[in-house]
Design a protein around this ligand. Sequence first.
Ligand SMILES: [Fe+2]
Length: 443
Amino acid sequence: MADDVGQAPWHLSGNWAPRQDEVTETNLEIEGEIPHHLNGTYIRTGPNPKSGKSPHWFLGDGMIHGIRLREGKAEWYRNAFIQTTSLGVPFGASGNPRDISNSKANTHILQHGDRVLALYETGLPWRIDQDLNTLGIETFGGDLQTAMTAHPKVCPVTGELMAFSYAEMQEPLLRYVRIGKDGEVKQTEGIDIPRIVMMHDFAITRNYSIFLDLPVCFDLNLLATGMPFEFKPEAGARIGVMPRAGGNGDIRWFEIPPCFIFHTVNAHEVGSKIVLTASRLKAAFQGTPDDFANVGYLWRWTLDLETGAVKEEQLDDRPGDFARVNGSRLGLEARFGYLMSMAGEGEGGEPIYGSELLKYDLQSGACKVHRLGDTVRGGEPTFVSTGAEEDQGYVMTFCHDEATGQSTFIIVDAQDFDASPVATIHLPHRVPYGAHGNWVPLG
Ligand SMILES: [Fe+2]
């Protein structure tokens, strides 16, 4: 067939290529020793088109890969499609793309209370269980009436979940949602922004929610690409700071030089100042929505609510992204941030996940490096706390060796970060590069 001629795009090639099979393997080869107090499931999602095709990396069906750990054993590895209503339906062929029930659930996994959610930037969450079964779409009793970012924030102090949506593409162009620890939607606010922009992540502090109005702008002319966004620095860039329970009129906007941020690291308050750390890209989606030529670097912004002053500074010259902190420090002053190194752009235009995991001391700027191996590419370094000290715990992620084709799951002692993993679990098949995941304790 004519449309099969030529090379597949990067997001369908190599270890980005989707899997079609779903397996459960209980007989896993393990090197090292799995810590006995890790009892739970690491679950990671990623775009994995069931049909084998999708127009853009971001648009494939969600497939989850999970590892169940219990009392020093790896009980199983399993992968499964999330059974969304759009599973197997090519993007754009399933009716209104602004239908927020039309989620691919391919971007993040997050636990809030007894719910484990599979998230997608422009859709409602899908609920899954700890055995990777799909339970159904999650509307919080019908009260969640906007899409939910794939990067909601759960406050470690109050248990509230803060989220936003720009998926509706009609005014108000930004919507903010606050859900209580009890799973009740407490607040839905419309927020005015001047144009539709891609907003992948945000941040919280103890008292504020922080929005990133950055110039990756919606452009109708790019609709056929499936990802109609383009970097337009002339649109300007702003960071918005809103009291957590506040509204549109309470936001303070701080102008910053144009840039793009996929992922924040954390934010916290120091007196009247908000300190935000994030991976800053000088641009993204330049000329084409498939442009991943730029990579993020660790930057810090200090926004003074009293004087309106903004200070921004680069903290390191190592490219890194997919940051995580200890969840008990989210929105508070976290000393440690864990990032995956980025290795630039490949020949097919793909972002190359790096061969290092980075542990930053955000106070001193010092960085410890965990080397995965020259031909091994990593994933998001998820931190799992096992004690009172902030870095007492483990960093875990899926890895893939480009030379051998072997995929592994590694567990690294965060306090002995540059040492070999305490455990490496060899996986029964290739685990494609994916998006984000989380640790879900057994319960
Ligand atoms: Fe993300």
